[in-house]
Design a protein around this ligand. Sequence first.
Ligand SMILES: NC(=O)c1ccc[n+]([C@@H]2O[C@H](COP(=O)([O-])OP(=O)(O)OC[C@H]3O[C@@H](n4cnc5c(N)ncnc54)[C@H](O)[C@@H]3O)[C@@H](O)[C@H]2O)c1
Ligand SMILES: [Zn+2]
Length: 369
Amino acid sequence: MRIVQVPLGARSYEIKVGSGLLSELGAHCARLNLGQRCAVISDRNVAPRFAKAVQVSLKKAGFDSVLITVPAGETAKSLKVVEHCYDALAKHRLERKSFIVALGGGVVGDLAGFVAATYLRGIAFVQVPTTLLAQVDSSVGGKVGVNLKAGKNLVGAFHQPRLVLCDIATLRTLPLREFRAGLAEVIKYGIIYDASLFERLERDLPKLLKRDPNTLAEVIARCCEIKAEVVGQDETESGLRAILNFGHTIGHAIENISGYGKYLHGEAISIGQVAAARISATSLGLDAGEVERIRLLFQRTGLPTEIKLPAARRKKLFGAMRLDKKVAGGEIKFVLAKKIGEVVWGQNVPEYLTNEALNSPAAHRPPLP
Ligand SMILES: NC(=O)c1ccc[n+]([C@@H]2O[C@H](COP(=O)([O-])OP(=O)(O)OC[C@H]3O[C@@H](n4cnc5c(N)ncnc54)[C@H](O)[C@@H]3O)[C@@H](O)[C@H]2O)c1
Ligand SMILES: [Zn+2]
């Protein structure tokens, strides 16, 4: 088992990464000075697979848990489902010392975390992420929340978990498309922070795609370490934390104009990161060879690297980018790469450059190895 510390003073916690950790959950929770009663919030795909192991483990450690199952997918991140959870918590008589276990992907983590942040003005929660995206990204850092009709993640809070338990074995049942989408965030960490991680991904991609447990555990732990370091320095995103949004300005806009669901988040940010790399070449001098290495790694992962956009949809895309919450004072801010492993944030990019970056230089592309 690998352990990563998230250094946030009194709110510090550990991320544990390893295979078969679900059955140890109860024992780890027992060290956190929590009340006896708890609720496991999970979704309809994940609960039938893993909730039993989690509840048995909790019971063995003396906890009394109730299972709350919510629908699978983004629609569960709604105030209606939040209310349903509150009612179930009240019925099971959860109190100030009680806690919530979020068992599932980023949707369950964001939802259950928000419920924990607000029920009785905040109770403890533990993240047990079961998607690659959730293990390397959403379960760490304390951003929780739900969607409104007007847009994604518009209601939320910062509420740090007390523990994150990443059981690599749960990834075995994750659909391939979801797994690849998670790799888009993994590759992002290489680009924004760690050139040697990026090189390792270039080398070990076949092992990762086969979900080799050792490679996965090492890579996931490294990604968590990077996120922990960034969040430890800037918990509430007043500066450095923005680098985690590399590729997300364009990515969010693609998700938005395509109707949520057409592109998975990881697919949209794959296109976004390739475009951001191209913009970085023109405005920061990122080496053309590095732009190509970035594009190729996403392509080898089986992720989309470009999007065909007729003029009208392109206009919508720019509209969506301007509406994104990362726009400050009307300017669209970008995270751009100086080189693989080093980025800068808060960069103004003229619209024509973004436009150019979205016109793929397909003709110049070398053939796949
Ligand atoms: N809080 C943050 O910092 C943060 C960061 C990134 C993303 N997010 C949020 O995360 C959400 C996306 O998370 P996601 O990609 O994990 O999606 P998800 O939670 O919807 O999971 C994807 C699908 O996989 C299923 N699933 C989960 N684990 C499985 C397993 N082990 N085996 C089989 N099926 C499994 C789920 O039921 C779902 O159908 C978005 O709502 C996004 O806004 C939050
Ligand atoms: Zn993301």
